[in-house]
Design a protein around this ligand. Structure first.
Ligand code: ZN
Length: 407
């Protein structure tokens, strides 16, 4: 909810002045609204020059020193024509017990004056890990974010749009710790030769995965000759938004209990601390026990590298590595992906990729989408770039699942 037009900030300040003693505070010319879905929690103030200083609230991990701030999403209200300067701070993140700031000279900022059309804007990296955003108000309010938002309400609209399609089945598999439903979207015929599993939004700020999954599903549902050909070969299962509680609250990474949903996959998930993983594991065991084990699983993320992270579990993984090389080359052939796979030798036993392989015997990897810069498109990405990627993926999986005759 926004307050613009209800009462003026000047009136409000006038009342405060009558009751406050000596040191009254000048009314700011702007208001920062964080009272909406997926807004990032922050404290804010204005300095002597009228600049807004926004202190983001860290997202803390339980049982670890780690803390993260990659997400900013708020609404600025000010008179049309006003020049607004916003300085964001608290990017002193801690990752794997070391300091690691997420912002760089390439940190993206996206803005929208109508909350529908988003465009990228330059931001300035300031000393002491701060980010400065300057803009002129071309309307009474503007939304500013780190990445074009994809909220639970966007997912709900998407599900409502596709759920009556005869190729779609939406099943509730459990709930988040705050009681939001976790669903699996099944696309196509389960009797198809191959099965693909995709998970999106394990980390709350990483909206790019959701846009990509939506583009993928929309292309599969076009019901043209190509789409029918793809779905004859493979059926798709998608958990589109694992960390709904984090998305609702505008958090960066962890679930409502401070749990990282892409860690600790080497052991069964706790049903109370990590119900989002617990119910996914329960569903997976059901799939395995009913002879419907996925042939490939990808966990879709955002970072500032954009690589395909190949798993490195112990044991003989020659065939898996060959498959990942094939996936890498098909992504390059059919999509704007150019970044490549992480180098051999990297072992990260807690990720979904390695947990799926070691505990469920499912070939799996983590697919990161670069949210700062897409080299294949030479631009900072917005939703339409990920929707495009999603629409290019059906052919990738069609050729990935190709069975060579005689094998
Ligand atoms: Zn992630």
């Amino acid at each position: 909810m926004a307050f613009s037009g209800r009462f003026s900030l000047a009136d409000h300040a006038g009342k405060a002045a009558r009751t406050a003693p000596a040191d009254t505070v000048a009314a700011p010319k702007v208001f920062i609204n964080t009272g909406f879905e997926n807004a990032s929690p922050m404290n804010w103030d204005t300095d002597a020059e009228g600049r807004v200083i926004g202190s983001l609230i860290y997202d803390h991990e339980r049982f670890a020193q780690n803390r993260a701030n990659n997400h900013w999403h708020f609404q600025v209200e000010a008179q049309t024509g006003t020049d607004v300067t916003i300085i964001l701070q608290n990017f002193d993140n801690i990752w794997n017990n070391t300091h690691a700031s997420p912002i760089s000279k390439q940190s993206p900022v996206v803005v929208s004056f109508d909350n529908k059309t988003w465009e990228t804007r330059p931001a300035e990296f300031l000393p002491d890990n701060r980010l400065q955003i300057k803009l002129k108000m071309s309307g009474p309010s503007v939304y500013i974010a780190s990445i074009e938002p994809y909220r639970i309400s966007d997912l709900d609209r998407f599900l409502a749009r596709i759920k009556n399609n005869k190729l779609v089945k939406v099943s509730r598999i459990g709930q988040t710790s705050e009681g939001r439903s976790l669903e699996i979207i099944t696309i196509g015929n389960e009797k198809a030769t191959k099965k693909l599993f995709l998970r999106g939004r394990a980390h709350a700020f990483e909206a790019g995965g959701n846009w990509t999954l939506e583009g993928f599903v929309d292309r599969l549902l076009q019901n043209d000759a190509e789409a029918r050909k793809w779905l004859k070969r493979y059926c798709v299962y998608i958990l589109p938004m694992a960390n709904k509680d984090g998305v609702a609250r505008g958090k960066t990474r962890f679930n409502a209990n401070g749990y990282d949903l892409n860690r600790k996959w080497d052991k069964p998930a706790d049903s109370l601390v990590a119900p989002e993983n617990f119910y996914l594991e329960k569903w997976l065991r059901m799939m395995v026990s009913t002879n419907r084990k996925p042939d490939l699983a990808l966990d879709v993320h955002n970072d500032n590298g954009g690589n395909l992270h190949v798993s490195r579990p112990d044991g003989d993984i020659k065939k898996y590595l060959m498959n990942m090389a094939k996936l890498d080359s098909l992504l390059r052939k059919h999509t704007w992906f150019t970044e490549g796979s992480t180098r051999p030798g990297f072992r990260n036993p807690g990720t979904l990729g390695e947990g799926f392989m070691e505990r469920f015997g499912i070939e799996a990897a983590v697919y990161e989408l670069n949210y700062e810069w897409v080299e294949g498109l030479k631009k900072a990405p917005v939703a339409k770039d990920w929707l495009l990627l999603g629409s290019q993926l059906p052919n990738v999986f069609y050729e990935y699942f190709e069975e060579k005759p005689g094998r």
